[in-house]
Ligand binder design. Structure first.
Ligand SMILES: [Zn+2]
Length: 1090
């Protein structure tokens, strides 16, 4: 019954004619033809359905709603809507070459007066050597000044430049086709080919409002820098404490969030828009940029080997842990604070420049290699042989985030249009033209840097070479001087016209969802977010609800009121109404708003506890099949009936003692294959599913998450759902979901130079052929890990390149190819590998692999693997590279000195906590699978800051105070602390905090009054204002609306807080940080002597 409908064989009706577009079907009589199995607007007659009020009574939110505090939030504050049509005044970009407008696709991000003018003079950029922070840890500063480098997150602000597109997988060699697969072609000629499409403003990143300021004198900055940025504007995520405490209104004044006025094409300077340009780009040389010389220059001499030795040594003789007391906790490696923005040139002196830490605040300038935001490698030099790599204990992998948000001060990615011929590519490996392809023979031929093949230069692309051997036009052509460019895709890259932007909202209206306020929260959030959807005729929407049956709504304008169409068969789901359930937003906005206001009332008396989640998702998929699009599901209970029904196996697992701990991890696997098979079909038709789980019970995320994971989507988790405190997060999450830079119907492939090949991809996608990943949806937050392997030796001194090509369709219907290239030197020297190791990338790759292992391996084994990974690297360094010979010291390579701390943090993380809730662990696993590097680190190693004395610290560049070590020694009973990991923020209130402070911050007089559900409010005092500023700044930088919770000693909340203090010893057996270092050291000694 759940058998997938074969492509092109819709049930219940004959296949549509070739040009049929279900969403534009105008023939009213077709309606009845399609409705033979539907009950129109007759809920009472439906078997199993409770009587329902007519959908369109005057909407009124139930005043007696179960969640009293949740009333429909008013419209967003007036300031939120109008999107400025021009970049904020400020000075016009100085000295812009006349053709800049057309050349640079993207305008300046909002609130950034002149992106072009802001580039620091080259002379002030840090030198290559400064790219890596390698300070000895020994002189560690006192705790007070230990700002976490975790805190230094790249700001979410920036905009993305462009949207995406995807090409057909025409040949096996190229970025192959993606796009909706063959059968579903009804889309027809309705949408203009991408080239002619209006330029889409990419929706701004949430934070757009937050202008970052370049430090006045961007000279050399410490690498691990952080802050330095001041929050100039309201955070987009701020739960604006304005008047409506229980529900945060949308951020005010956030231009980036609001849609452009209808019908307007984005101004040239629009932050996210691309320009409409159809000519091949001949960009002017970038002022101040030294022409990168890609070939022929000798590599700079290696830096001296740096390391950290911890002594006095501990456990030197393999003795007891007592030795640990000798370690001075102030000397052990911890993240180093940084306070300013780092300026990073991706290449300098014809040499790849190692990137700053992923968690630092940096502004990258693309001087040939891509910005590390888009792609970074675990090691910034590539080992020539597999033996060398194996010896190092490290792994070789890439983290690719192809649509990552740039910093607002970074130059936008340039759009290049080669016209009908499409981008120049290697005829053998299909690699795209890039700065490392070498032109020879007076420019008539070029050698591919990926496969080594020599091609003829296309006649109209010929250019003579200059005395330096480079093409004379190399600096004018972005594809020859930039590590990241975007190409306009030609017809060759489309198997159909680019798809429209389709958003379908599917809402749980079962009894629990209604009674907990989850349905009302979902409807309200959607209603507010409609205004943020891309404007224009290509934006289509649909809505459905479900409990034990599925209810579609006909939103067609001609109707007086939306009709409800019920699909009662939840086993053999059929195609619902083919027309009018997905309609252009511009034609149904009022109907949609009315409907959303009515839904909570319509079902308020529902007693249907069952949830047909799987069937509902499938039915909606059938409606979306001809176009593809985004399906956003709001779900509150365990799916219990119909296709893909699940059981409460968590409880079963607990009661079944015989299964024991060994089997417990199996609950982290999907219950069966039904949802996976459905998901693969969704992916094939370019339907991307996001699931917002607002629940108070076990929902089996392990099973449900398979759908988002396979379709390029995401799981959001609100547990236990609170109608008081969660709607604000739900709204902000949803808003960011639809406004962040993103693309549809994408396909991605990574190519490597000869000698290296891709081993595996990890992330949220569907894979049909070994070389490509299919991404029905891709957005700026999604990261894909690519593991690499040697298939040959590389030559010392040569370079090895990695090229990621992402073919995608923008939300405005343009087909684009984003090409990101990173070229790194090859080395035969083991010390170089350690010197050039990228801690963040290295660790995050291991984190992702560990998360991938957890469902199939007992947690103790995973912990052991994680620990051994760390030990093996340090052992190799100790054996082959360390220059200190005392066996009494634990020697850490400087670049990896935090590896033990992060490893310990991973061992103690939610995903590996045996006592954790199954759904919490499943959510952690699914979150990790696509999380970006900057967010992955705090997930495992959160940031803790003191809040009680915020108003006594003046003069900091950043509103966020320095981070404290994650140790209870730093938590005082009379203090208040925030611990945040990018997802949630736990505010711990010590038991003897001054009641004056309690009153200023929370409006209470004693710790006993701490509420279980917390909504941040701003009171009229400086301390409260600072707290709000801090929270908003963190939300802005993380691009994530932290879920806040108050914690106190003596109850579960307190335990939860302290469980994140990973430097502490855990009573149940977890080692303290010092003990862990001792353990690692002892293991290394044992292995050295064996
Ligand atoms: Zn090639």
């Amino acid at each position: 019954m759940a058998a997938p409908v074969p492509p092109g064989a819709p049930r219940q009706q004959p296949p549509p004619p070739p040009n049929y577009n279900p969403n534009y079907q105008q023939n009213p009589s077709s309606l009845s033809d399609n409705l033979q199995n539907l009950n129109l607007n007759r809920p009472p007659s439906m078997p199993n359905s409770a009587p329902r009020p007519s959908p369109f009574q005057p909407p009124h939110f139930p005043s007696s709603a179960p969640s009293p505090s949740f009333s429909r939030p008013g419209p967003p504050p007036p300031g939120a809507f109008p999107r400025p049509s021009v970049p904020p005044s400020g000075s016009p970009p100085p000295a812009l070459p006349p053709n800049v407008g057309t050349v640079r696709p993207t305008g300046p991000p909002f609130s950034q007066p002149s992106p072009f003018g802001s580039r620091p003079p080259p002379a002030s950029l840090p030198s290559a050597g400064s790219g890596v922070v390698m300070g000895p840890s020994s002189g560690a500063p006192s705790f007070g000044s230990l700002a976490p480098r975790l805190g230094a997150h790249p700001s979410p602000i920036a905009s993305s430049t462009t949207p995406s597109s995807v090409p057909p997988s025409v040949s096996s060699g190229g970025l192959v086709s993606n796009g909706p697969h063959a059968p579903p072609f009804h889309g027809g000629p309705r949408f203009p080919p991408s080239g002619a499409a209006p330029q889409p403003p990419l929706m701004g990143p949430p934070t757009a409002g937050a202008a970052r300021v370049l430090p006045q004198a961007p000279s050399m900055r410490p690498l691990m820098g952080s802050s330095g940025i001041s929050a100039q504007q309201r955070s987009p995520f701020s739960a604006a404490p304005q008047g409506a405490p229980s529900y945060s209104a949308p951020p005010q004044g956030m231009p980036s969030f609001s849609p452009p006025p209808q019908g307007m094409s984005p101004p040239a300077g629009f932050p996210f828009g691309q320009q409409t340009q159809t000519q091949p780009v001949a960009p002017p040389p970038i002022p101040g940029s030294a022409p990168p010389t890609m070939f022929g220059m000798p590599p700079p001499p290696p830096l001296p080997n740096q390391m950290t030795a911890i002594s006095p040594v501990v456990g030197q003789t393999g003795g007891s842990l007592a030795g640990s007391s000798k370690i001075d906790p102030n000397q052990i490696p911890r993240p180093i604070p940084g306070s300013s923005v780092i300026l990073h040139d991706t290449r300098q002196g014809n040499q790849a420049n190692p990137p700053p830490p992923a968690t630092s605040d940096y502004i990258a300038r693309d001087t040939g290699n891509c910005s590390p935001r888009y792609m970074r490698c675990t090691i910034n030099q590539v080992p020539c042989t597999v033996d060398l790599l194996t010896t190092s204990g490290m792994q070789l992998a890439l983290l690719v985030q192809p649509l990552a948000l740039p910093h607002p001060s970074e130059e936008p990615i340039q759009l290049v249009d080669f016209g009908e011929s499409g981008p120049v590519r290697c005829s053998r490996c299909k690699g795209y033209i890039n700065p490392f392809m070498k032109f020879i023979d007076q420019g008539r031929r070029f050698i591919c840097n990926l496969c080594g093949f020599t091609d003829e230069t296309p006649r109209d692309y010929h250019c003579n070479l200059g005395p330096d051997g480079r093409r004379r036009d190399a600096d004018e052509r972005p594809e020859l001087c930039r590590g990241t460019v975007e190409f306009v895709a030609t017809k060759e890259y489309m198997v159909r016209d680019p798809m429209p932007a389709v958003y379908f909202f599917l809402i749980d209206v079962s009894m629990n969802a209604i009674q907990t306020g989850a349905t009302a929260a979902a409807c309200s959030s959607i209603n507010q977010v409609i205004a943020d959807l891309p404007e224009g005729p290509r934006t289509m929407v649909g809505i459905a609800t479900f409990d034990s049956t599925i209810h579609f709504y006909n939103l067609k304008r001609a109707l007086q009121q939306p009709l409800m169409l019920i699909v009662p068969d939840i086993q053999d789901v059929y195609t619902p109404l083919q027309t009018d359930v997905i309609v252009p937003l511009s034609e149904c906005r009022q109907h949609l708003e009315l409907l959303l206001e009515s839904i909570p009332t319509m079902f308020q008396n529902s007693r249907t506890a069952e949830s047909a989640f799987g069937a509902a998702v499938k039915a909606v998929f059938l409606a979306m099949k001809s176009t593809g699009g985004k399906l956003l599901v709001f779900q509150s209970v365990l799916p219990s009936v119909g296709i893909g029904a699940l059981s409460a196996r968590e409880a079963e697992g607990r009661s079944n003692v015989s299964s024991g701990e060994k089997e417990a991890h199996k609950l982290l696997q999907p219950a069966d294959k039904t949802l996976k098979e459905m998901a693969i079909e969704f992916a094939e038709y370019q339907v991307c599913v996001d699931v917002f789980i607002t629940t108070q019970t076990y929902a089996d995320i392990a099973s449900i998450s398979v759908i988002p994971k396979t379709t390029g989507g995401q799981v959001y988790y609100y547990y236990p759902f609170s109608a008081l405190s969660d709607p604000a997060k739900l709204y902000n999450d949803l808003r960011w979901n639809v406004t962040r830079p993103q693309g549809f119907e994408a396909v991605m492939r990574v190519r490597c130079s000869q000698g290296i090949q891709v081993q595996q991809y990890y992330g949220n996608f569907c894979k049909r052929i070994p070389t490509d990943v299919d991404l029905p949806g891709i957005d700026c937050d999604k990261t894909i890990m690519v593991t690499l392997k040697h298939d040959d030796k590389l030559q010392d001194g040569s370079e090895c390149a990695f090229q990621c090509a992402l073919l995608y369709t923008t939300v405005y219907g343009q087909r684009r190819i984003r090409v990101t290239t990173l070229s790194l030197p090859c080395t035969n020297n083991l010390s170089n590998l350690f010197r050039m190791a990228d801690l963040d990338t290295q660790f995050v790759c291991f984190l992702k692999q560990a998360a991938n292992e957890i469902p199939s391996t007992p947690p103790l084994n995973v912990r052991e693997q994680v620990t051994n990974f760390c030990i093996n690297i340090l052992l190799s360094y100790r054996k082959f590279c360390a220059t200190v010979s005392s066996s009494g010291q634990l020697i850490l390579p400087e670049a990896l000195k935090l590896l033990p701390l992060y490893t310990l943090a991973l061992v103690k993380s939610t995903g590996l906590r045996i006592d954790g809730r199954i759904d919490d662990r499943s959510f952690w696993i699914t979150y990790v699978s696509s999380v970006s590097t900057p967010l992955a680190i705090p997930l495992v190693h959160p940031r803790m800051i003191a809040l009680h004395d915020l108003d006594t610290k003046e003069g900091n560049e950043s509103p966020i105070p320095p981070a404290l070590p994650l140790s209870s020694e730093h938590v005082s009973d009379d203090g208040i602390y925030l611990l945040e990991n990018g997802q949630e923020g736990l505010i711990y209130v010590g038991s003897s905090v001054d009641s004056k402070i309690l009153h200023q911050l929370f409006g209470i007089l004693s710790v006993d009054e701490i509420p279980t559900q917390f909504v941040l409010q701003q009171y009229e005092n400086p301390l409260s204002k600072k707290l709000n500023d801090v929270i908003n700044e963190i939300r802005r930088r993380r691009c994530s609306y932290l879920r806040l919770k108050l914690c106190k000693r003596g109850d579960q909340s307190g335990l939860s807080f302290f469980s994140y203090l990973i430097e502490d010893k855990v009573p149940t057996g977890g080692l303290s940080y010092v003990e862990f270092l001792v353990h690692v050291h002892r293991q290394i000694q044992m292995k050295m002597s064996s």
